[in-house]
Design a binder for this molecule. Structure first.
Ligand code: MOS
Length: 708
């Protein structure tokens, strides 16, 4: 038998197409008579459109149409029913009325023969506004709109107030994270075209199953009249999960001008009308015994949302499950402000949540004069104490021991600024990582062919994570057909229902469906040929078949009632701080994860490395800055909104424990797209404190803050 194909660091099967420019992303498609859309965005953050004059734009060269609140056809708000494939990122339909809720809201779109003509004409649309006071910060939002306590974000056990009052050692600090913007390399892009009554859409979406359903609902047409194609997606990070206004507007415009319409959002639009991670302000109170046993955790979060959608960044989601602790209380207030609608961004909730919690634990370790990694090891969760369920499998302690051993953590000296190399001061920081292990319904079809090839089809998508490759590996593993002979068809809503590429659940959902479909295809062969243990092509030939097809739909079962599914990890970070020239950089990250079985070591490692780099951005660079007067994002481009580049990227050492989860499904793979960014910013902030003695509790950790 050949070596197992699962786990191997195989190259992406679509990699060659990507590096040679032959992979067609949504905006790359060309159609006859393709028209182009551009948006007119509100320059004010709150108020009313009192006058809108589109005549100048309508008469500009090449303009085909200008759509605004007075002439857009009636649209229907999309319900939030994820199981049905329905969810719009913004509840309000685009151009719904004359009310302005945030700067950057669409007030009109122009459709023209060329992109340049559409953009020029957009500047000719004359709109007058009646502005009213807006709220941008959490405090202004509370004053204007009050607080919305979220019962669905609450968790409580024991008596946290009493436990805090009687604890010998305490920490009580508040941590703030700013607005971060996904900034996937591929712009949000939609090309919509109508053929007869059918709407065909090329889209950059993380959910080819959901997008046609949401679109059909908003447009008021039958769902089987809509198809969505997304063979390649250049990153999403949560911003491309749900339906945004530009996709609706492209479809409406295409119907209106009866031509294909392309709407590729310019980069600045992404900062107001395609989602962001909201501001979070989190108060963490910890109580502990002098020998480092956690006695109480109180976690209160405030996060913002827009005036048109209640998006909750679940900062406290992981808190009740991460450590053993008898007294815990988690609460959350949502606050409305006049900014574009926030949405899921890589590890929503846990990512800012663990920044707060894991920094607070570092502060506790310092008070206790305890080693921060040892402090975590002392408080490992034997079961999920929130749900009272046993873990399906847990190797959290081994993650901590692996990361610290590979990093050389035992050489750390605790005193601030005590580790020097020349002019540089080394800071070594630790933090834990965690993310729930979700799984959803998935369907797949597998065709095994007599020529020794196979095809696997599923209406999921690859957002750059390795989904194509993983599906081919599963079929190859089970059939022993060569990996190179497995064709993968995804990124098309006409294929069997596939999972969303979000919540780190695609692989865990797809692997069981593809495995079952493969087995069913195999079982289509008469038993005699299967029992002869012939290789697949010979078996098909002997049975006189050209091919056999298996289809399967799998979903999580009652294992979810018996076990808690969660992944864990640990980060050790080294920063170098040169106070002489005020230079700070991350020089080394060593991380270890327990994410179940690894299907492809290369794509898995790439996922984690990408998340670590994104964590560096979160810790040191990323912040969308709003102009207090207008509510517009000042740094709405990649020159002013800083993300890490290669020069900012340190040596990274990623280890997977690679122990299959025995209960999650075939092969025991959990997801890993998000866990890498959880805890990363905390580990960096903790390292910065160790180097500089500056405890920065509001991200990003800029040089100004270190000088302050
Ligand atoms: Mo992820 S934020 O679920 O794409």
């Amino acid at each position: 038998m050949s070596t197992p194909i699962l786990g191997q660091p195989l190259n992406r099967i679509e990699g060659r197409l990507k590096v040679t420019g032959r992979a067609n992303y949504a905006a790359d498609n060309r159609y006859d008579r393709l028209a182009h859309a551009y948006g007119v965005l509100s320059p004010i953050a709150a108020g009313t459109i009192v006058r809108l004059d589109a005549v100048g734009a309508e008469n500009a060269p090449g303009v085909l149409a200008v759509l605004h609140h007075r002439n857009i056809p009636r649209l229907h708000r999309c319900p939030d029913e994820m199981d049905e494939g329905l969810k719009a990122a913004e509840e309000r339909t685009p151009l719904e009325d004359d009310t302005i809720y945030y700067a950057g809201q669409f007030v009109a779109i122009v459709v023209a023969e060329t992109f340049e003509q559409a953009r020029w004409a957009a500047h000719l649309v004359r709109a007058e506004y009646q502005a009213k006071p807006h709220a941008l910060s959490l405090d202004e939002g509370v004053k204007q709109n009050g607080r919305m306590p979220r019962d669905d974000e609450k968790a409580e056990r024991g008596d946290v107030e009493r436990a805090l009052a009687s604890a010998r050692m305490r920490v009580d600090e508040t941590y703030v994270t700013p607005v971060e913007v996904h900034n996937a390399m591929e712009l949000h892009s939609t090309i919509a075209r109508w053929e007869g009554g059918r709407l065909i859409v090329d889209d950059s979406t993380q959910w080819v199953y959901g997008q046609p359903r949401s679109l059909a609902h908003v447009l008021g047409i039958p769902v089987d009249c809509v198809e969505v194609h997304a063979p390649f997606i250049g990153g999403g990070f949560g911003s491309k999960l749900f339906l945004w206004p530009h996709a609706v507007l492209a479809a409406v415009a295409a119907r209106h001008v009866q031509r294909p319409v392309k709407f590729a959002l310019p980069r600045p639009f992404h900062f107001c009308t395609a989602g962001h991670r909201p501001v979070t302000r989190q108060r963490i109170q910890l109580g502990a015994t002098p020998d480092g046993v956690l006695a109480a955790i109180r976690h209160h979060s405030e996060t913002h949302t827009s005036l048109v959608t209640d998006y909750v960044e679940s900062c406290g989601e992981a808190t009740p499950a991460l450590y053993h602790c008898d007294h815990i209380k988690v609460t959350h207030d949502l606050i409305r402000v006049n900014v574009g609608t926030p949405t899921s961004m890589r590890a929503p909730g846990a990512c800012p949540g663990l920044f707060a919690l894991e920094c607070a634990l570092d502060e506790l370790a310092i008070k206790l004069q305890a080693d921060p990694a040892e402090l975590r090891l002392k408080n490992l969760p034997p079961i999920n104490e929130d749900t009272k369920l046993p873990w399906s499998s847990i190797h959290f302690g081994d993650c901590i021991r692996t990361a610290t051993a590979r990093f050389g953590w035992e050489r750390r000296t605790a005193a601030v600024g005590s580790m020097r190399e020349g002019r540089e001061i080394l800071g070594w920081g630790f933090a834990a990582a965690t993310w729930p292990a979700h799984r959803s319904l998935a369907s797949a079809k597998v065709e095994l062919r007599v020529d020794g090839s196979a095809k696997v089809s599923c209406g999921t998508q690859d957002i750059g994570t390795g989904t194509y490759t993983v599906l081919a590996q599963v079929v190859s593993e089970l059939t022993r057909l060569p990996f190179e002979r497995i064709e993968v068809a995804i990124g098309d809503s006409r294929l069997p229902r596939g999972p969303i590429s979000g919540g780190s659940l695609a692989t865990a959902s797809l692997v069981p469906a593809v495995a079952e479909a493969t087995r069913r295809a195999w079982q289509k062969l008469p038993a005699t040929f299967r029992e002869q243990r012939l290789a697949l092509p010979e078996a098909l030939r002997a049975a006189g078949r050209d091919s056999v097809v298996g289809e399967a739909t799998t979903e999580p079962g009652d294992e979810r009632e018996n076990f808690a599914f969660r992944s864990f990890g640990a980060h050790c970070v080294e920063v170098r701080w040169d106070p002489g020239i005020t230079k700070l950089r991350v020089s080394r990250i060593v991380s270890a994860f327990d994410v179940g079985r690894i299907i492809n070591r290369k794509t898995a490692t790439s996922q984690i490395e990408g998340a670590l780099v994104m964590g560096i951005g979160m810790a040191l660079m990323e912040e969308a800055v709003y102009d207090g007067r207008t509510g517009r994002v000042v740094n709405d481009n990649l020159a002013d909104y800083h993300v890490p580049v290669h020069a900012d990227t340190p040596a990274m050492d990623v280890t997977f424990l690679d122990r299959p989860d025995p209960h999650i499904g075939d092969f025991g793979a959990r997801g890993l797209g998000e866990i890498g960014i959880t805890g990363t910013a905390a580990a960096i902030a903790n390292a910065v404190y160790h180097a500089s003695g500056k405890r920065i509790r509001d991200l990003p950790i800029t040089i100004e803050k270190l000088l302050g």
